[in-house]
Write a protein that binds this ligand. Structure first.
Ligand code: AMP
Ligand code: GLY
Length: 426
């Protein structure tokens, strides 16, 4: 069987690596892929959002299943286009992907489904938003651009002045383009964040072990927000009882409401949660595997990923046996380019990858890398996801950082405290 993975990050390397292990998979293509996926699979030089060319490729090469990584491809309607061409795809339709690509749609759906989330207001102009902020108490809020903005359209504000500035950036300066045509202003929540991913075909839902991401750039959760500087799985922050509650009160009602809204959801439903003493609230939904969360998650998956994704695409998730997980936790540390999440240079040669690959229970997933004159070089802000299994979270952390130490490139840096938050709960 032939599989196509769409995307070029650490998530897609992990997906390609795992799918290539399936006894039923003969060939894995990755479009466009990176230097790491090239070792595991066959890279195809088509951008992840070039839907017509991807569909043509899948048709010409008789691809049996296309697995879509990034939200931009889903929002561009890749799953609809593949299905119209009679091809199978894993991921939600464009209409269902609005759960991530429109914060206004997401918040309204959560309200309709009675799923706990921060109180919010929607605005269609900067003027309305400014009037609202001036009229109410000076309390911390979060200002969000409605549309996709590569994770940057969310501005957490401590006071009114910062909130007014955020409104200005999003709705007046249009820093994020049309994503800022509508705004959400919501109550700022306190607590610990967790990522709970589930796989659903719209009828059956399988919750995956919970993960914790590290979004701020620097140690101790300081500095600007990034796509995620590291993640670990499972997180002790959520007990089995809490996970059960998340399923019952958050995930299942969301899937039902999507069905009622005539946007049946198939694929990965990723709830970004704020865990508080009083309970849990949804911060956001993503409609795909998280990156880097996908890396420690798939490192722990013992059963066949293909079976899970295929059954989802076919709407027969109720028929498969539950996935089996390695009891050992996994930690993923992101190595980034100097300057990330701001501007950075590309093309720095990366050394030590072979040495890191020899370490037991370590897998180095590539994110922003490419090959130049048969040398692996940096080609993005998040360059590598060094992922390790260990007998405990601390052991996995130690092993991941042993991997990090083996790898060198000019300007390389990483957070030193990935997974330390877990220690608070053990
Ligand atoms: P989102 O893309 O909506 O998840 O927002 C990105 C990040 O902003 C989240 O991971 C949180 O760290 C933060 N955030 C979003 N909404 C809130 C909120 N209501 N209260 C506090 N932090 C938030
Ligand atoms: N790690 C957060 C995300 O994938 O959006």
């Amino acid at each position: 069987m032939k599989v196509l993975v769409v995307g070029n990050g650490g998530r897609e390397h992990a997906l390609a690596w795992k799918l290539a292990q399936s006894p039923r998979v003969d060939r894995v293509f990755v479009a466009p892929g990176n230097a790491g996926t090239a070792l595991e699979a066959e890279n195809v030089d088509i951008p992840a959002t070039d839907v017509p060319r991807l569909v043509a490729f899948a048709r010409q090469n008789e691809v049996d299943l296309t697995v879509v990584g990034p939200e931009a491809s889903l929002a561009a309607g890749i799953v609809d286009a593949l299905q119209e061409a009679g091809l199978r795809a894993f991921g939600p339709s464009k209409a269902a992907a609005d759960l991530e690509s429109s914060k206004v749609f997401c918040k309204n759906l959560l309200r309709q489904a009675d799923v706990p989330t921060a109180d919010y207001h929607v605005f269609h102009s900067a003027k309305e938003a400014i009037a609202f902020l001036k009229d109410r108490d000076d309390v911390p809020v979060v200002v969000k651009a409605d549309g996709l903005a590569a994770g940057k359209g969310v501005i957490v504000c401590g006071n009114r002045e910062q909130a007014l500035e955020a409104v200005n950036r999003i709705a007046e300066q249009k820093e994020f383009g049309p994503a800022g045509d509508q705004l959400v202003i919501e109550e700022r929540l306190q607590g610990q964040e967790a990522s709970v991913l589930a796989i659903t075909d719209g009828n059956t839902l399988i919750t995956l072990p919970p993960c914790q991401d590290h979004k701020p750039a620097f140690d101790g959760d300081t500095g600007p927000n990034t796509g995620g500087m590291g993640a670990y799985c499972p997180t002790p922050l959520l007990s089995d009882a809490m996970l059960h509650m998340i399923e019952e009160r958050i995930l299942v009602p969301t899937v039902h409401q999507m069905k009622r809204s005539r946007r049946p959801f198939r694929g990965v439903l990723y709830a970004g949660l704020m865990v508080q003493n009083q309970g849990m609230k949804v911060l956001e939904y993503n409609v795909r595997f998280g990156d880097p969360e996908c890396q420690p998650l798939l490192m722990r998956l013992k059963s066949d990923l293909l079976a899970l994704l295929e059954a989802t695409a076919d709407g027969r998730l109720d028929e498969i046996t539950l996935p089996e997980w390695d009891p050992r936790p996994a930690v993923c540390v992101v190595m980034a380019s100097e300057g990330y999440p701001g501007s950075y240079e590309r093309g720095q040669p990366i050394r030590g990858l072979d040495e890191a690959a020899k370490l037991p229970d370590v897998k180095v997933f590539h994110a922003g890398t490419s090959t130049r004159d048969s040398q692996v070089v940096t080609d993005g802000g998040r360059v590598l996801g060094v992922t390790a299994l260990g007998s405990s979270i601390s052991a996995a952390k130690l092993q991941a950082y042993t991997g990090v130490k083996a790898i060198r490139f000019s300007g390389a840096w990483c957070r030193k405290d990935i997974s330390d938050k877990a220690l608070l709960y053990q």
